[in-house]
Design a protein around this ligand. Sequence first.
Ligand SMILES: [Zn+2]
Length: 99
Amino acid sequence: MWGSRKGGDKQSVVCIACGTAVRRDAAREYDKEGNRWDRKDKTFEHLCKDCHRGLCHQPRAELEDILVDIDAGSIDQQEFFARYETTVNERYGPLEEER
Ligand SMILES: [Zn+2]
């Protein structure tokens, strides 16, 4: 790794759950078991640590159901965030927020 490089935008990814840009090396990849809804633009394949921790309380299969339900592969990112958050809140209640 390039130890001297810090804060480079090209290492940023966007958390699929909260939309926060996080460093790639601080993010958690999600697509390992999520290929069911694999489409051409996989922009929703990372979670920040906080969301990853929150989502781990939920069965992964259900999370994928949500992603399918909201047509994760065929909507744009902003719409995806909105639908995802709404759906998760409806099913599980709000994720804990850490500031
Ligand atoms: Zn997040």
